[in-house]
Design a protein around this ligand. Structure first.
Ligand code: UDX
Length: 429
């Protein structure tokens, strides 16, 4: 199929590249000319494992290209995907101006029937608005079907999530769009759900909110574990073996962050309010999430007694492992909270230090993981990067003035850490 993707952000770039990988002819459009140039020259605007190789391979095969011109992408395409940001507004509602702008741009250069697919995360009923806008601004008065096809990619695992999804959701108003959508996803071995547009849009917000709820649930359980002497990992393992619950997204820690969960939860609460329902359950999920970070900060501060004039090493700045993304990162929030108490910080992240520099000032960025504890009074682990498990713990213990390690992601075994001579404080155990 001839596909155009508008927006080469996280979702657009992964989607376009993976569509090319499964054999489609893809043009990615972005109005940021510098980004287009970078991509045309083989550069990558984001860190995502496996993606650079796939981009290179598909560009070389002639199945993938980048342009700053919307008409160049839209005119030859049978299907146009919208993958532009839907950022939050101060009141939690979603700013849909990019979506509206792209709908107008598509309409302006449409000269034949197109299927316009919304991949961005949008409030329920946005599909109707997109269809209305295209109809209003399309001078050629050609037909168009709007489809909702939400994405469920996790940063750091996006290529795999795209090529091996649990399901593909397609929301349509007219059956005319279904065969083309089935053809696009035919090479992907996953159930394809065809539903109405409103339900498809709602599936995305309902799914992400439920996953955030799962994380807040286990974080709340971790508080009870600490108070009672139970171990949250044992509890999560035992719960997770029930197939109705499942083990994934039951890792207690500093809480969820990133560009999706916090935004999607606020949006879903706002959407519900607009539709006349006060979604208090989700407000509680948010409250538990922010309390979790604060509880961990207090644990550090109470142990240190006075943070002023103390130096802390912090491992992890990204909002989670396998990404350079620091948007709404609990790790950055924790750093800022510790700085506000007067602590001096040495920090390290395998990928996110460049992006962190813009938001986290007055800290020392160290070059390698194993030099993190040099001259520090304590060490903090804030992101679940797997390589942190390979930390040279003997060196860390020697480097620290006091062998105190606060583990916000439960990477180590408490008994083993005690044996190694650490005062080890983690979450829910
Ligand atoms: C999420 C959804 O998983 C994805 O389907 C959607 O399309 C976009 O939002 P992402 O934000 O990339 O993906 O990250 P995810 O792996 O879901 O983790 C989100 C946050 O939850 C991270 O801060 C992570 O550290 C935290 N988390 C995750 C936990 O604290 N515990 C867990 O058990 C799982």
């Amino acid at each position: 199929m001839k596909i155009c993707i508008i927006g080469t952000g996280y979702v657009g770039l992964v989607t376009g590249t993976c569509f090319a990988e499964i054999g489609h002819d893809v043009t990615c459009v972005d109005k940021d000319a510098a980004k287009v140039k970078l991509l045309q020259n083989g550069g990558m605007p984001i860190y995502e494992p496996g993606l650079p190789e796939l981009v290179q391979k598909n560009v070389a095969a002639g199945r993938l290209r980048f342009t700053a011109s919307t008409p160049d992408g839209v005119e030859p395409a049978e299907v146009v995907f919208i993958a532009v940001p839907t950022p939050p507004q101060p009141d939690g509602s979603v700013d849909l101006s990019f979506i509206e702008g792209v709908a107008r741009e598509i309409a302006a250069c449409m000269t034949s029937y197109k299927i316009v697919v919304d991949k961005s995360t949008v409030p329920v009923r946005t599909g109707d608005k997109v269809a209305e806008t295209i109809k209003r601004y399309c001078k050629a008065k050609v037909e168009c079907d709007v489809v909702s096809n939400p994405e469920f990619l996790r940063e750091g695992f996006a290529v795999d999530d795209f090529l091996k999804p649990d399901r593909v959701v397609i929301g349509v108003k007219s059956q005319r769009a279904v065969p083309a959508m089935r053809e696009i996803y035919a090479p992907i071995n996953a159930p394809l759900i065809v539903t109405d547009i409103n339900s498809a849009e709602l599936i995305k917000h309902a799914a992400n909110s439920f996953l955030a709820l799962k994380i807040s649930y286990i974080n709340a359980v971790s508080v009870i574990c600490e108070a009672s002497g139970a171990n949250v990992i044992e509890v999560a393992n035992g719960m997770g073996m029930d197939a109705r619950i499942g083990r994934r997204f039951l890792d207690a820690g500093l809480g969820y962050g990133g560009s999706c969960f916090p935004k999607d939860l606020s949006a879903f609460i706002k959407i519900s309010e607009t539709l006349g329902y006060d979604f208090r359950l989700l407000k509680e999920v948010q409250r538990i999430n922010s309390e979790q970070m604060e509880r961990f900060a207090k644990k550090i501060l109470e142990t240190l007694w006075v943070a002023k004039d103390k130096t802390l090493g912090v491992l992890g700045l990204a909002f989670k492992q396998n990404t350079d993304d620091v948007r709404q990162s609990p790790a950055i929030e924790l750093c800022q909270r510790l700085q506000a108490e007067g602590a001096t910080l040495r920090v390290y992240d395998p990928q996110a230090m460049d992006k962190a520099r813009a938001v986290l000032k007055n800290v020392t960025y160290v070059k390698t993981m194993n030099e993190i504890a040099e001259g520090c009074d304590a060490l903090v682990i804030a992101t679940e990067w797997p390589e942190f498990k390979k930390l040279d713990l003997e060196k860390v213990r020697r480097d620290l003035t006091h062998p105190i390690l606060f583990d916000g992601r439960n990477l180590f075994d408490p008994a083993e850490m005690e044996r190694l001579g650490f005062i080890y404080k983690s979450i829910g155990r």
